[in-house]
Design a protein around this ligand. Structure first.
Ligand SMILES: [Zn+2]
Length: 319
């Protein structure tokens, strides 16, 4: 931590707790069993699209981050986020394919984006315009406590984001101010989607992709999902683990709720590969879809976002 209590090293965020030690034990046991059976290599050879995502890469994580991406690049075709979305929609996936995205717009992703440039990998960086360029550290601290729910870290400014975009990286919307989209009213949810879209259009000339904060089903709603597409976003991403398998038919963008695989710069390579392999082992043919009760609502096309009214939470109950 620095003198203001801002996280500067991996250990500031990933403290060694009993829970973490137990989690590691489970992963290690399953990993070595899968390795012994030769499963890992076979699973990772499976043609599919795998969306990897991270939040931060501290200076003490950057070498491991580089090694992880270099390893994935040797075994997967690395594509842009937009290309990965196209492949998922078309279903025509013929080889192991991966892309990289980052959430929250933290300043440590700037050097991470340069490592990606060295490797020839272009990512998508999901940002919240409300906090971009905030230099008042009390404001950043409050945002981290109330919205991000992890220790405070410095955030990127617009000039840095524009510079990353000029190097070929994509910038996506992560809402305007990172609320729990499963708890706000539909009107607030639409405002979050719209303000973010409008500011990114103004600053960068456009925005295609959206990833919802925290990314679990209870952090979102069917009606907010419908609004994402009504407002012109081309894709909507969760943080639910998984990957996207080939399909003999194409689907509409409203049919797809992207799954993303959380990896960490501080995790050993085998832990990151373990989660990827586990997702391939578990994936089902319909794991690109919304929950069954949400599908009809997300797919209702509309020119007026949210015209059917109601509160997002109403549509939340899953079968
Ligand atoms: Zn986030």
């Amino acid at each position: 931590m620095d003198s203001d209590g801002f996280a500067t090293h991996s250990r500031d965020v990933n403290g060694f707790t009993l829970r973490e030690a137990m989690r590691c034990g489970v992963i290690e046991t399953d990993w070595f069993r899968m390795k012994a059976m030769g499963e890992v290599e076979e699973l990772l050879k499976t043609p599919r699209v795998h969306f990897l995502y991270l939040h931060h890469v501290f200076p003490d994580e950057i070498d491991n981050f580089r090694a992880t991406l270099a390893h994935v690049q040797r075994t997967h075709e690395m594509v842009t986020y937009s290309r990965a979305v196209e492949l998922v929609l078309s279903g025509q996936v013929t080889r192991p394919t991966a892309c990289v995205s980052f959430d929250d717009g933290l300043s440590t992703i700037l050097p991470a984006s340069r490592v990606m440039d060295e490797l020839g990998i272009k990512g998508c960086f999901f940002v919240c315009p409300a906090i971009v360029g905030e230099r008042d550290r009390e404001q950043v601290r409050r945002f981290a406590e109330t919205r991000l729910h992890y220790p405070p870290m410095d955030v990127l400014g617009w000039a840095e984001i524009e510079e990353m975009a000029s190097r070929g990286h994509e910038i996506g919307s992560h809402t305007y101010s990172h609320p729990n989209m499963g708890e706000v009213s539909l009107e607030q949810a639409i405002d979050e989607l719209q303000y973010s879209r409008d500011e990114l259009r103004l600053r960068l000339g456009g925005v295609k992709h959206f990833a919802w904060p925290s990314g679990r089903w209870d952090n979102f709603s069917a009606r907010a999902g419908k609004a994402v597409f009504d407002l012109g976003y081309e894709s909507c991403a969760s943080a639910i683990r998984g990957c996207h398998m080939p399909r003999p038919f194409a689907v509409d963008r409203r049919d797809v709720c992207l799954r993303r695989e959380h990896i960490m710069g501080c995790w050993p390579l085998r832990h990151n590969l373990y989660f990827m392999a586990r997702s391939v082992r578990r994936v089902g043919p319909k794991d690109y879809q919304w929950p069954p009760k949400w599908q009809r609502i997300v797919k209702q096309e509309s020119t007026v976002p949210g015209e059917d009214g109601g509160v997002p939470g109403e549509a939340m109950a899953l079968a």
